[in-house]
Design a protein around this ligand. Structure first.
Ligand code: MG
Length: 268
C-alpha cells in the first residue's frame, strides 16, 4: 500500500532528509586518499545523533537469521561494490570511486540519500560512469509528476543509462519512504513507460539508480550484505528522496544537484 503524505507530514520529513544531506556535506572534504572508512562512519553517526535523529541503516535486519544486522551508520561501497558495503578500517585509495549512502530517522520519518565520489585522480571512464548515473537520476526525477506512471521514472533512467553503454542493476531498486525506510512502491530503475502505479501528489520516493560499467549481474559477499558486480567492473549509485507535489518533483534531500540545467531544490 502506498502512503501519501500530508503537507504537514512532508514538513516533518524534511528534517530527517536535511540531516542526511548535511552528513554528505560534512563527509565530502574527507573523501580523499588515506581517509579511513570507519572515520567517516563515526562522524556520520555523531552528527545524526547530535541532531536528535537515529541512523536508519545501523541495526537494520536482512530478514535472514544467519546474517547479523547491518553494523554501520553508512553504507560505503567502493569500485565493484554496488551498495551495502560495510564500513571498515580500510583507507580510501587514489583512483577509486566510493558510494556513500546515508539514512536517518527523526520524529518518526525517514530520509535516504546516496552519492558516489571519485577518490583523488580517477580515470575518465569511471568519471563518465558517475556523470551518467547522476544524470539518469535526474531524468527519473523529471518524471515524478502527478498523473505519470511509476515506470515512467524507471524507463527514463534505463534509457539514459543504456544509451550511454552502461547497465542497470535489476536485483535492487528504489522505494517509497516515509514512516518506514522502505515503503511501497518499489521503484525499479528499468521498466516500460506508461506502466506501474499512478503517481499522485503526496507520494515520497527514494529514487536510486545503481549503474554498472559492465554487465548488470550482481552477487552478495559472504558477509550477507555487500553487493558487488559479478564481472568485477565498477558501479555507481546516486539517490535522492523526492516528494511528488501537485506542482511536480521536490527534492527533500539536497546533497547534490543537476550540473547542467535546473532542478527544484526546496530544502535548506
Ligand atoms: Mg534507498
Amino acid at each position: 500500500m502506498i502512503h501519501r503524505k500530508t503537507d504537514k507530514e512532508i514538513e516533518v520529513m524534511r528534517e530527517a532528509n536535511r540531516i542526511v544531506s548535511d552528513v554528505h556535506r560534512l563527509l565530502m572534504p574527507l573523501i580523499k586518499p588515506g581517509t579511513r572508512v570507519s572515520e567517516l562512519d563515526a562522524l556520520a553517526e555523531d552528527y545524526i545523533r547530535a541532531n536528535g535523529a537515529r541512523p536508519a541503516f545501523k541495526g537494520y535486519g536482512s530478514g535472514s537469521k544467519s546474517i547479523p544486522p547491518f553494523p554501520g551508520t553508512l553504507c560505503v561501497s567502493i569500485d565493484d561494490e554496488v551498495v551495502h558495503g560495510i564500513p571498515t578500517d580500510r583507507t580510501l585509495r587514489e583512483g577509486e570511486i566510493v558510494s556513500v549512502d546515508v539514512g536517518a530517522e527523526k520524529s518518526g520519518f525517514f530520509g535516504d540519500g546516496a552519492m558516489t565520489h571519485p577518490v583523488g585522480v580517477v580515470d575518465a571512464e569511471k568519471l563518465r560512469l558517475l556523470r551518467v548515473t547522476k544524470e539518469s537520476l535526474f531524468r527519473g526525477i523529471d518524471q515524478a509528476v502527478p498523473g505519470n506512471r511509476l515506470h515512467d521514472i524507471s524507463a527514463a533512467i534505463q534509457e539514459h543509462v543504456e544509451t550511454n553503454g552502461f547497465t542497470i542493476v535489476r536485483d535492487l531498486v528504489g522505494h517509497g519512504i516515509g514512516r518506514s525506510l522502505h515503503e511501497d512502491p518499489p521503484v525499479p530503475n528499468f521498466g516500460r513507460k506508461g506502466s506501474g502505479p499512478l503517481l499522485e501528489a503526496g507520494m515520497t520516493l527514494a529514487i536510486e539508480p545503481m549503474v554498472n560499467y559492465g554487465g548488470f549481474r550482481v552477487k552478495i559477499d559472504t558477509n550477507g550484505w555487500t553487493v558487488r558486480t559479478r564481472d568485477g567492473t565498477p558501479s555507481a549509485h546516486f539517490e535522492h528522496t523526492v516528494h511528488i507535489s501537485k506542482d511536480g518533483p521536490v527534492l527533500l534531500t539536497n546533497h547534490f544537484k543537476r550540473e547542467n540545467g535546473e532542478t527544484r531544490i526546496d530544502n535548506g
